[in-house]
Design a binder for this molecule. Structure first.
Ligand code: UDP
Ligand code: MG
Length: 314
């Protein structure tokens, strides 16, 4: 019998967990021809999430968990899920039931037809502000315009991945991760499934705009170096401007025999060029920071417990 691992990163989800288990259990009992493993990655929750998971495991052997030593963020939690999953395929799901488990049979159906990456695309998003919808739409646009690898629109992390995708993703061990672009980057046969995204069942969203902006910058810089080219493009008109102005000043000085006037203009110019320089330094710094982080080559996470056994980090 084939095994499917459902990976669920969870951070302070004590309110959502009972609902989640109820829906998942019903589903797993309905699908009889597969063996299931529900792998929770407790991402350093400060509430009772881990106690609840442990209680569930006592009742139900299919519940497994990886307990992080602290909060490492959802992207890293997803990678740990891949590392510990034993299934022939894995399904990523959020703990807040925004991804309806009832879609899982359809994901499995396409997997059996030979697709390696069956991803769920949102038809609608309820319970999210227009600002969040708008920024996420713009983000896709920008990301897509910067790269030739196709990025799936309106797609979160809710998807089924065949074992070979899992093994491929496990090889991508950079520290500033953007799973969305990694799913595209590894390739393989992809299949889209449409669904309606529900509002969060209980608890609060863990995202804030700071985190979203961080993720967006990580996504763009980890995926493409084209922002670096912005500096090249920007410097061309800057130098043309500089040349034109230089010639203008020289000619004026010679023909009218006057000294350069209006120091305000010079101040403005200085501001203009230093502004550009600061911006370019920002971009270079972005990549330097990334090189710094990657060269440290640290482990991406530490595990406190796996299914009740203490990790010794040997
Ligand atoms: N999450 C996590 N670590 C974090 C933040 C979030 O593991 O540092 C998990 C969270 O428990 C949930 C999923 O990531 O299962 C999505 O988070 P959330 O629902 O808060 O984000 P949103 O759906 O609002 O984008
Ligand atoms: Mg959510």
């Amino acid at each position: 019998m084939k095994k499917i691992s459902i990976i669920i990163p969870a951070y302070n989800e004590e309110e959502a967990l009972p609902f989640l288990y109820e829906r998942l259990e019903k589903l797993m009992n309905e699908i009889r021809n597969y063996e299931f493993e529900v792998l929770f990655v407790n991402d350093g929750s400060k509430d009772k999430t881990i106690q609840l998971i442990k209680e569930l495991r006592k009742k139900d052997e299919r519940i497994c968990y990886v307990d992080f030593s602290r909060n490492f963020g959802k992207e890293i939690a997803m990678l740990a899920g891949l590392d510990y999953a034993k299934g022939d395929s894995v399904i990523f799901m959020d703990a807040d039931l925004q991804d309806p488990p009832e879609l899982i049979p359809e994901l499995i159906k396409y997997w059996e037809e030979g697709y390696d990456d069956v991803y769920a695309r949102r038809k609608t998003r309820e319970g999210e502000t227009w600002l969040k919808k708008f920024t996420s739409k713009m983000y896709y646009k920008v990301l897509q315009s910067l790269t030739r690898v196709p990025i799936q629109k309106d797609t979160g992390d809710f998807r089924l991945l065949d074992r070979r995708c899992v093994n491929a993703l496990k090889k991508l061990r950079e520290s500033q991760r953007c799973s969305k672009s990694m799913f595209s980057w590894i390739g393989y046969n992809k299949k889209e499934v449409l669904y309606d995204r529900d509002p969060r069942i209980a608890g609060k969203t863990k995202w804030n705009y700071r985190k979203l902006i961080d993720l967006a910058i990580d996504g763009i810089t980890s995926f493409t170096t084209s922002p670096l080219r912005v500096s090249t493009y920007l410097s061309i008109p800057t130098f043309i401007l500089l040349g034109v102005y230089f010639i203008y000043v020289i000619i004026k000085c010679i023909t009218q025999s006057v000294a350069i006037q209006a120091f305000q203009a010079i101040i403005l110019l200085i501001l203009f060029f230093s502004g550009i320089q600061i911006m370019l330094f920002g971009i270079v710094g972005e990549y330097l920071g990334r090189i710094f982080n990657e060269t440290k080559n640290r482990p991406l996470y530490f595990v406190n417990e796996y299914n009740g056994e203490k990790e010794t980090n040997e």
